[in-house]
Design a protein around this ligand. Sequence first.
Ligand code: PHE
Length: 462
Amino acid sequence: MEIPRTSIHGEWSSRLAFILAATGSAVGLGNIWRFPYITGENGGGAFVIVYLVCVLAIGVPIMMAEIMLGRRGRQSPMNTMASLAHDEGRSKLWKGLGWWGVLGGFMILSFYSVVAGWTLAYVFRMGSGMFTNATADGVGSIFGQFVSDPERLLAWHTIFMVMTIIVVSRGVKSGLEKAVRYLMPMLFIMLIGMVFYAMNTGYFGNAISYLFEPDFSKLSAEVILTAMGQAFFSLSLGMGAIMIYGSYLPKQTSIGRTTFIVAGMDTLVAILSGLAIFPIVFAYGLQPEQSVGLVFKTLPIAFGQMPGGLLFGTLFFVLLSFAAWTSAISLLEPAVTWLVENHGMNRVMASAWSGLAAWLLGVVALLSLNIWSDHTLFGKNAFDLMEFATTNIMLPLGGLMIALFAGWMMRHESTMDELHIQDRLHLGYRLWQFLVRFIAPLAVLFIFLNVTGVLDWLANIL
Ligand code: PHE
């Protein structure tokens, strides 16, 4: 039996600290910016149901597996995978899973920082009264003009990336805990407030039916893939963020319970933001398909109308920026730990270099929204391409490999030890094993084969 490892990067001060950090990572633009807009693009109810099923059947077991691998390896994802593969007598190639994750994290951070820059910009735009009594058209065209101005986007993207680098360079554990402890509950309360406001628009019922009445004719292979990708993205799974946070988790903390709390809060925030945004969409006669601009084109209308909207709106975008910030730092952390471990860099240099790399890629994403918008591949600009490739392909593939490693490559003794299970017949343990061994990998595989048309082709020849 190997000696339990300790992390050279430190440990969370308590279980609560981990829950806050992991929730900070999970809750972000994925819930408030991305969930509503892709729900709108994919037709509502049926998409939401598939998403919820993916969270439960694929996301939760993989999150447990990812935290578990992290805590057992206690290093950057690359070194964790290398050590665990060694412990379990498996191929060295498993280290590649760490690399895959870090690459995905870079790509996500690059476009994530661009959008987080928008939320920063909207703090000042709300505060300046730009949206007071603005019409839906006015709010829409303000967003349109903003996104077509590369210099502004560049400035905000840069500011956000610098903010991210600063926190990561100081060690995610110091400032983060305090920020998340107060700001997350505030964001939550604001969202509930927005849902109440939305209830009075007269269109709340429409939003409920849009979000929860499934029209299964709207489901296609691509819609299902997008729902699964969103589950991975929103829960921060499949790229090592949760793995690295797990590596700072005290040994005695229960992974199962913690996972349910984090996944539950993440899902709740996504649903609440849907309930806040869609009534506004219908009340102002907008289309749900507003693509990446949806939050920025809807909520400011409401803030512009409501009493005290100037203050609430400003506060809302401040909190959303914080939520994005706590997610962004978890995207950078895996690469930084690796540079520290393997290249002897100090944290400050490691954060600066990896942040710079993601910033550069972000510039490409940002220019593809305006001056390079004509350059497309498969009908997508660079921004959409990065978003699609990471969320719908890289994260699910990373998650698939995590599930396979935890389910098939690790000995029962190892997983039972880490999950604090004494009895191999323990019901929860058996259920988890079944999910990571069969359900999660097969579901990911099935969805991939389905969207590439391989399933149809097989059905035809069989
Ligand atoms: N979960 C984050 C969000 O919803 C994004 C993220 C994805 C963070 C992957 C880390 C890893 O905003």
